[in-house]
Write a protein of this length. Structure first.
Lengths: 282, 282
DNA sequence: TAAGAATCAATCACATTCGATCATCAATCG
DNA sequence: CGATTGATGATCGAATGTGATTGATTCTTA
């Protein structure tokens, strides 16, 4: 039996809703545990399965029987802003989002004040945030909830109307709260990031975010590489308004070039084993 | 059994409304309490559940699993009780509160705009509220969450700072949002109701409520009879500012006398069998 | 307030799993 | 035919998960 055939068998053999153990695969394929482990590690490296201690798990949403090609990151409809529900979006690309969120946390120092916009990546960030004396202004209800148990974090909300779909608060009026708030940093997700700038799909959101950006000294965009040059309609701001972009290894050289040419600091977040682990449960 | 399998089972086993104990999980999964504790701590660290003493709870908005209903994450009506365990414990007198809350609902008409202040009785009221085209301004996070799934209810929040203890938003500044809001009715709880007026215990709360009351045409106080003439320190407003008091049968004749003498309409809510039954579930 | 019960974190011992290394074997190529 | 390459299997020390014990902490109840 050849390596590729075995790989195919392994992937077929994986159970969709539980861990398939090394022993199980050993028995099923008639090869040694060492070989199975090697296979699993390689397949994991290629992104075809999720390696865990004792075995492997099928990756959610990957059902292929044919031998798959090395990955170009597929276009993922993320964006809690769009029609996809918030929760659904949190599970797409979760390891990458975690990595990006973690990289974003490097920008935090105790005592800092920041604006955190709504979105699945920023939500992940809030989730991972330490309990330090930060001051956070957010429009997102999920982030608010998440920060409820960080006793040291001071949370401020802008006034406004609740939008259920996106679970955010948007303020149609100029807001006293906002006028008094000045943030060192603003963390923002997006639907797309193109040469034309930061893109969203919702008009109200665009207005709100523009207003928020005015209150921040430094704008930090959290966007996984599938967002770069993704199709989108409404521009929130030009590239010049952005200070930092945090993305993942999938960023193309070309894209990096035009980002840096616009004076943007580009940070590449490394996906660690823990990031994957944390996403397994979903 | 593998770690990830166990994690999945644990999360499936969790309930948003109550704490699932370590013992319960131990029995269900057939592993030692030590392992369960380790798992719970890790899952908490990863943000997948809420660790509490004796067990864990499902985090609201994370109830998607293998069997997940993919789209519209319906928030359950009484979910936040589970989420904010403090509320569960503070809802004493629940049947009476339900009765009072139900009586308060009589004041609602579709299209009405109202202010709902924070508090356990007003929270009960929000919980029982129908899904009609109301417009609600509230400072209370639990009420906000509760109204998330009333699709027809328009919810507005004042800007301000989050106070964890009370789960409310207080606005130290004059707020643009508030200036533009005008409510037909305001529903408010209290710590005590005396001849000196509506009493609270918290200075910040007093300020905020005063400001809110200015924006409402009619002030409706929800206070069970134990609050009448109860000891309290800070006066929010004199009796003259109050239009209606809803209380229960325990109201003394004397108290009723001085309330009505102040021009206040007094309503007595009848506790039904269903109120008692509904309260047991919590 | 104090005693008792429940829960917890830390730690140890044991079992499983892992990764690195090396020897073997088969296929390929000069 | 012999040498080289690459895959496989075995071995072993290291790392990790698990269960039990213990002493500390927190909650409850009297």
């Amino acid at each position: 039996m050849h390596l590729q055939d075995r790989w195919k068998l392994i992937i077929d053999e994986l159970n969709p809703d539980r861990v398939t153990s090394v022993d199980e695969l050993t028995a099923r394929l008639g090869v040694s545990p060492a070989t199975i482990r090697r296979d699993l590690n390689e397949l994991h490296e290629l992104g075809h399965l999720l390696r865990v201690r004792g075995g492997a798990m099928r990756i959610e949403g990957k059902h292929f029987t044919a031998k798959a090609e090395p990955k170009t990151p597929e276009f993922q409809t993320d964006s809690l802003i769009g029609q996809s529900s918030f929760l659904a979006s949190t599970i797409v690309n979760a390891p990458v989002k975690r990595a990006i969120a973690r990289a974003a946390l490097d920008f935090l120092k105790p005592g800092i004040s920041m604006i955190i916009d709504g979105g699945s990546t920023t939500y992940t960030m809030a989730n991972m945030m330490a309990n330090e004396p930060y001051h956070v202004l957010t429009t997102s209800i999920p982030i608010l909830q998440c920060l409820l148990d960080r006793s040291k974090v001071k949370v401020t909300l802008p006034g406004g109307e609740l939008f259920r779909e996106q679970r955010i608060i948007l303020n149609p009026y100029e807001d006293g709260m906002l006028q008094n708030f000045s943030a060192a940093k603003m963390f923002i997700g997006c639907q797309a990031l193109t040469r034309n700038g930061l893109m969203q799909s919702d008009t109200l959101l665009v207005q709100s975010e523009r207003r928020l950006m005015e209150r921040a000294d430094q704008v930090i965009v959290l966007a996984d590489s599938s967002k770069i040059d993704a199709p989108a309609s409404l521009s929130v701001c030009p590239l010049t308004a952005i200070d930092v972009v945090i993305t993942d290894e999938g960023l193309s050289d070309a894209a990096r070039e035009w980002l840096e040419h616009a004076g943007i600091e580009v940070r590449i977040a490394q996906v660690t084993a823990e990031d994957r682990k944390a996403s397994e449960v979903v």
